[in-house]
Design a binder for this molecule. Sequence first.
Ligand code: MTE
Ligand code: MO
Length: 252
Amino acid sequence: MNRRRWLSGALAAGMASLVSACGEASWRLSDQARRMGEGLTRRAQRLLIPADALAPTYSRAEISPDFRPNGSIAPAASDYRALNADGFAGYRLVIDGLVERPLSLSLAELRARPARTQITKHDCVEGWTSIGEWTGVRLATLLDEAGLKPEARYIVFHCFDALDQREDGERYYESIDLIDARHPQTILAYDMNGETLPVPHGAPLRLRVERQLGYKHAKYIRRIEAVESFAHLGRGKGGYWEDRGYEWYAGI
Ligand SMILES: Nc1nc2c(c(=O)[nH]1)N[C@H]1C(S)=C(S)[C@@H](COP(=O)(O)O)O[C@H]1N2
Ligand SMILES: [Mo]
């Protein structure tokens, strides 16, 4: 753990200046230097850390009484508001793209699958952390049901919210590789701290990908897509904030 933090910290400090907030990032280095730093960090971490190494977990007593909501906290999109008005009874999670058997699952169907609960620390790039308990279904379970095609390399999360709250605004999206997608702690959470996931934290379904920084944890998920490349999505960098300067690999 210490060695991992030291190594990635040293690499990141040497190659790139870290972003300061969940706002437009200001970079001092060229795009090329940034990509080199990111690639080094990712490869060093993948070499040092076994694919299934677990993020630290905490006790109930350590749960933050005031877990901070961040980014979108109440999506304005009309499709989201219509689902929310009905307690998400009409919600379906779509899993498609490079899969053998596309899925469309209600919340009851997601809850009927084996559940996993974990108490973990959320680490936002802005510099704050909060500890929370998350319950949900493992992403690996759903990917196995859908059957990934051999060409699939990344999993993309399409969300309901646009940060500018406009009906036609660019909606949040994120992507992870198959190592993180299959990690035992990578879950689609529908409960937080033992209760139904509240809207500010991403109702009805949000990602927990515990070895990555906060912005990778997509909230308000409407669709999960398996892709070979994310170059055709958004501005091509694999996520809403990545398109605005954040690193795609945000391992911690
Ligand atoms: N759909 C969506 N997911 C999102 C965001 C967002 O604005 N929209 N913000 C990200 C950021 S920067 C953080 S730190 C976490 C915040 O999660 P929380 O609101 O549960 O604290 O959600 C991440 N996932
Ligand atoms: Mo964040």
